[in-house]
Design a protein around this ligand. Structure first.
Ligand code: BGC
Length: 336
């Protein structure tokens, strides 16, 4: 069932609910505000971080639950060449462009319609030159909740060649924020990760995960990985790196044994930025609780960050009249 639960200045709050989950979203940034899920004892918790009021989402740069774009993650120096032009994007993270700039998609009010009992469709026109990007880009984001799975479908088209890399930036904590994510178990189907520099921007070097703290090929607790000594972990202040998948389904699994909650992420995209919330600084979130470093994990499925500079045929390039069509699903199960 889908129901509008609040309306204020074109910013609405909408509940998507069935017997397994209640997901509360807003058309502000297509933000996922809450995901309520039972644990193995039947206790209901909210398993994503967020703010108490919708207004706060616009004032912070944590991207809690939001859709991120036009291009997620960093573009080095915020500039790129395309079709003989040099484009300069907004610089909002050290020397680089991050998550679509100062007024990226996370901060925009989307139109939306309730398609049926299980599906919400958001749409947004990102105008030519918005945050410096070329072309009028029509974006549609569909949230579909069926049983224990939320499927996010992204469609876009542009009237000029442009760049695109869309993700959802939910901060998961399967304990319902009873503890940090150090005792969560993680599995990632990836043999390689991308190295980053001191500003979090990928350098173009790829490393094998084997014999490094980045090896999550077998399910293991995140905490001990973070304690290992590694130059890349130090640069990221934890995990804040692109992982390159070696499979095309169920690529990431997160499990919290005490609650029995398990999240499985499956995507059409070739990788994910895995971010262990290293920059949360104790600021207050929902229910007046402080959010600290490693209180959550983001699994940001996407094409390679800064692909325009790093790939011969950049996967983030969307040609005029081509279709961007990607899907990521999140399955929430309870293991008893
Ligand atoms: C980035 C981090 C950044 C965070 C919040 C992540 O996707 O990789 O470096 O701090 O988003 O903006």
């Amino acid at each position: 069932m889908i129901q509008i639960i609040e309306k204020k200045d074109h910013v609405d709050i909408i509940s998507m609910k069935n017997d397994f989950l209640e997901i509360i979203v807003s058309n502000y940034g297509c933000t996922i505000l809450n995901i309520f899920m039972k644990d193995k004892h039947g206790h209901l918790d909210d398993i994503v971080l967020g703010y108490q009021d919708i207004e706060t989402y616009g004032q912070k740069d944590t991207y809690f639950g939001a859709i991120v774009g036009r291009v997620a993650n960093r573009i080095r120096h915020g500039s790129f060449h395309l079709n003989g032009h040099e484009y300069q994007l907004a610089i909002n993270n050290g020397p680089n462009h991050l998550h679509g700039g100062i007024h990226g998609f996370s901060y925009q009010v989307f139109d939306y319609q309730i398609v049926n009992d299980t599906t919400l469709e958001f749409s947004y026109l990102s105008k030519d030159k918005e945050e410096g990007y070329p072309g009028n880009l029509h974006l549609k984001v569909r949230y579909e909740l069926k049983q224990d799975t939320l499927k996010i479908h992204y469609y876009a088209e542009c009237d000029q060649d442009t760049l695109i890399n869309i993700t959802n930036h939910s901060y998961f904590n399967l304990s319902g924020h009873q503890e940090s994510i150090l005792h969560h178990q993680l599995k990632i189907k990836a043999d390689h990760f991308a190295c980053i520099d001191q500003n979090g921007c990928p350098t173009g070097e790829f490393r094998k995960v084997v014999n490094t703290p980045f090896d999550f090929s077998k399910e293991s607790e995140i905490g001990p990985h973070l304690l290992q000594k590694d130059d890349q972990l130090e640069l990221g202040h934890g995990f804040d790196h692109p992982f390159i998948f070696n499979d095309n389904h169920n690529q990431v699994q997160l499990y919290h044994e005490a609650s029995g909650r398990r999240l499985t992420v499956s995507t059409s995209l070739p990788g994910a930025q895995i971010y262990t919330a290293n920059y949360l600084d104790g600021s207050i979130g929902k229910d007046g609780k402080p959010y600290c470093k490693q209180d959550a994990i983001c699994i940001e499925t996407q094409n390679l960050p800064d692909a325009i500079h790093l790939e011969k045929n950049p996967t983030t390039l969307l040609r005029k009249n081509e279709k961007y069509d990607e899907v990521t699903s999140y399955k929430f199960e309870v293991i008893k």
